[in-house]
Design a protein around this ligand. Structure first.
Ligand code: TXA
Ligand code: MG
Length: 321
């Protein structure tokens, strides 16, 4: 058990990591729960703190291409184009791993997921380390990802000594995960970079292949990002009728449903901006979870740009096994 401190000291963070401890780090997407990726004992602490099954592999974080290339065997041309245009940034690359990467990190796969996050504090930290950081989102397995230091504290208090506070995450959704086939780019998780952007940059065929069932295949569990309260997605009015008599919380894009008398409503972007809505989504889900409502109802978003990633998170939150 730890006394968990929130602070902004990069050197202190580095010291904990070098001692094999866990720290939470800010990124542009969500906060990560980080450990020295080359130290198996430290990596095991990540799985334990999150209560994460060990068959679900971890993303590596590095500061620059020099650190990046040592961890992979080969970088295809499409990947180089994406690296050039989008990193540091919210995109993760699935590539054949080098021998440096422990099997524990990839859950036995010969592919490693790796990214260069775009956050000044974390880039400063990573550039001072002589090992990559393995970091899943800093939430208990299955819950909504954290976008502030306080969110990390809410979920993982006493499970780690230090949370590096870098403010609120700007993108607010996890990175887009891409893999490469002979002549196509495969999107395994929708996130901060849209499918349209990837198509434009690579001139390649882009396939979206979100996996739900097996997390050893790239991807994620279907029931994920779940609030504790029942969560419904789609036609707001119909879901209100179905939940008659209950206290309703509504999450919408920019339209107000106040005429339907919800107990609480959160509009994610008054001006109808999808990036702003994405950045506000996880805080809204957490706020609804602690508000005095019985059920949470969310609108579906336009399926374009980052709207596709928003819908993906909402669908997983609403998934009933
Ligand atoms: O934005 C992000 O990517 C954040 C920040 C902290 O970097 N990280 C993050 O990690 O979202 P996590 O663990 O919550 O989600 C990583 C996803 C999981 O669905 C995992 O199954 C997949 O990436 N993954 C990681 N390594 C993989 C591998 N070698 N092969 C296939 N899938 C992998
Ligand atoms: Mg996660």
């Amino acid at each position: 058990m730890h006394k968990t401190i929130i602070g902004t000291d990069v050197l202190e963070t580095k010291r904990f990591l070098e001692e094999g401890e866990l720290v939470a780090i800010p990124t542009e997407t969500v906060y990560g729960l980080a450990a020295n990726a080359l130290d198996e004992k430290a990596v095991l602490k990540i799985y334990a703190a999150k209560n994460r099954p060990q068959f679900n592999p971890l993303i590596l974080h590095v500061a620059n291409l020099d650190q990046f290339r040592k961890l992979v065997l080969d970088i295809p041309l499409a990947c180089k184009k994406l690296l050039l245009e989008l990193t540091p940034g919210p995109i993760t690359f699935l590539l054949p791993k080098s021998d440096l990467v422990p099997d524990l990190v990839t859950a036995g796969s010969n592919l490693v997921a790796i990214r260069i996050p775009n956050h000044p504090l974390t880039l400063e930290l990573l550039s001072q380390l002589d090992f990559p950081l393995a970091a899943p989102s800093a939430n208990p397995s299955g819950y909504v990802s954290p976008v502030t230091a306080e969110h990390v504290m809410d979920g993982l208090n006493q499970k780690l000594p230090y949370i590096l506070d870098g403010g609120t995450c700007q993108i607010g959704l996890e990175s887009t995960i891409v893999g490469f086939d002979v002549d196509k780019v495969i999107i395994h998780r929708l996130g901060g970079i849209s499918a349209e952007q990837i198509r434009d940059i690579t001139d390649n065929h882009v396939e979206i292949a979100l996996s739900h069932a097996s997390p050893t295949a790239p991807g994620q569990l279907k029931s994920h990002y779940a609030t504790a309260k029942p969560f419904y997605l789609g036609d707001v009015e119909l879901h209100i009728i179905e939940n008659k008599g209950k206290r309703i919380g509504i999450i919408s894009f920019y339209k107000s449903y106040s005429a339907l008398n919800p107990a609480v409503e959160i509009l994610l972007s008054n001006r109808g901006n999808l990036n702003e809505a994405a950045a506000a989504l996880f805080s809204a889900m957490r706020n609804m979870d602690s508000a005095n409502v019985d059920v949470i109802i969310a609108e579906r978003f336009p399926d374009q740009g980052i709207g596709m990633a928003i819908n993906d998170r909402l669908e997983r939150a609403a998934f009933k096994p």
